[in-house]
Design a protein around this ligand. Sequence first.
Ligand SMILES: NC(=O)c1ccc[n+]([C@@H]2O[C@H](COP(=O)([O-])OP(=O)(O)OC[C@H]3O[C@@H](n4cnc5c(N)ncnc54)[C@H](O)[C@@H]3O)[C@@H](O)[C@H]2O)c1
Length: 279
Amino acid sequence: MAKPDPAANWPEHILFIGCGNMAGAMLLRWLDEGLPSERVTVIRPSGKAVAPGVTVGTSLENPVAPGTLVLLGFKPQQLGLVAQDIAPLIGEGTTLLSILAGVPLARLRTAFPRSGSIIRCMPNLPVRIGKGVSILAAGPDATDDPRGLAGALCARLGLVEWLADERLFDAATALSGCGPAFVYRFIDALAAAGADLGLDSAAAARMALATVEGAGLSASASGIDPRAMADAVASKGGMTRQGLDVLDQPDGLAPLIARTLRTARDRGVELAALSEKSS
Ligand SMILES: NC(=O)c1ccc[n+]([C@@H]2O[C@H](COP(=O)([O-])OP(=O)(O)OC[C@H]3O[C@@H](n4cnc5c(N)ncnc54)[C@H](O)[C@@H]3O)[C@@H](O)[C@H]2O)c1
């Protein structure tokens, strides 16, 4: 039987424009998954190495070859300045995958008028271990192959959700793009509350992290609704219900999280405006 080709099902080339925390996590996961490193070029002002075998440069000098997937991994506020330099080098046959928070497809098309299909992607940091979430949206000018390519690449990072209505992109970003930070805050708060009750603070931090990890994994393994999972923890007449009653008060956890997501979502509109101003 023929050996599987490790280079199969990857784009001919992936060009990263900017490769910090988020794009770096995506790249390292794809390399772990078998993406041949010689197919990757990274452009970043620092010129610092990313991973063995990956070519790194400080600026884009030559036209990008058709068949290349170009991942935009810099900050939304830098769009105008970066596009001014690189857009003339990105033409037909390329696919643009943008992870820029807040920046709509229409703005990306204006910045990269000659590029092939443009797809918006909102990943989150757990992609590094294949447990991420990637939200995807494409405009009507995106053809089937680039959509399939983006979907397949993101499937290697964890859950993929396509959004039919791009207007919900900032809401989805607030939930899963920003979500890990909100969960990390919860872990911190759980640990601090335990320490406040007299536990050793390092032990409380270990317990809080393992509790959130175990709770997430068991909810996803069981497929049971989290509300029912909470009820299973709350023995009748026991301690948990008293705690849940505090969280469930009218000014408790639900309105706090709703306000958190709304505020994060609304920043997307401001980022879109800043991406307009940066040219
Ligand atoms: N951090 C996250 O969890 C997360 C999640 C989803 C999406 N994003 C998006 O990812 C993008 C990057 O965010 P980050 O948190 O990784 O920030 P970061 O600061 O870690 O990375 C930004 C990268 O852009 C590079 N850069 C700066 N100027 C550049 C230029 N002129 N040309 C090319 N590269 C340039 C920097 O060197 C750096 O590597 C943002 O658009 C953000 O909205 C981030």
